[in-house]
Design a protein. Sequence first.
Length: 240
Amino acid sequence: MAEVALITGSSRGIGLEIAKDLADKGYQVVLNSRSTIGDDVLAAFDGAAEPVAQVTGNVSDFDGAKAIIDEVIERFGRIDILINNAGITRDGLVMRMKEEDYDAVMDTNLKGTFNMCRHITKPMLKQRAGTIINMSSVVGLMGNAGQVNYAASKAGVLGLTKALARELGSRHITVNAIAPGYIETEMTDVLSDKVKKAMYDQIPLKRFGSTKEVAQTVEFLIQNKYVTGQVIEVNGGLNM
Ligand SMILES: NC(=O)c1ccc[n+]([C@@H]2O[C@H](COP(=O)([O-])OP(=O)(O)OC[C@H]3O[C@@H](n4cnc5c(N)ncnc54)[C@H](OP(=O)(O)O)[C@@H]3O)[C@@H](O)[C@H]2O)c1
């Protein structure tokens, strides 16, 4: 039976690329986002060995996160791989940042990751196996002006990842984080040319990254069972 991979925030961008990549490799892929994923997106999975599934739901809601996991387990019997990729930005300088923009980012990026990890733990402990990958960001390592909320959430994801890796290691469950740099998706499309140029200038490899390059890192972390509690940076050398 194919291993089951649940990828949150996979209606587009990095999550969708990871999903396509894993479907190509023969995994049973389960997509998730708050909105229903359209047939145009699902068509990209035509020809996959296992028909793609989708479970809509909001990871920032504690009970909603449990409902996502329960539904996947009910339909497929298990979850072998959980990729906590759902994330949002609400950028602004701290002196003008609204409380609701701070809360929204923390609720999705950090609490959402906690919620999903919290509810997957029992089933994975029973299985005595599993792979959890949390999507952080280079901003969680370096900070970035205009993103105190996002940086705090993504730095929090790193602490959560390391603590959880220590808790679950004895049951053969690996927990790692990926910290992408500037990857071309809808999330980064909205940045001004000035911000893009400033980022570009700092990247030693002199290009932005692709969603494929993040998906390749996911593949590595699924294959390698002796890497846990780590942060794999995919940022063209932006942070070193
Ligand atoms: N792009 C980059 O340069 C970059 C760099 C570093 C880190 N990252 C991280 O990588 C991840 C993916 O980024 P991306 O650029 O692919 O973003 P994106 O294109 O904006 O996609 C975000 C995905 O998350 C879903 N989502 C948002 N809130 C959610 C929630 N509460 N519950 C469930 N799903 C939710 C969105 O769908 P709905 O809106 O329908 O829910 C969408 O599928 C994020 O965690 C981001 O912080 C991105």
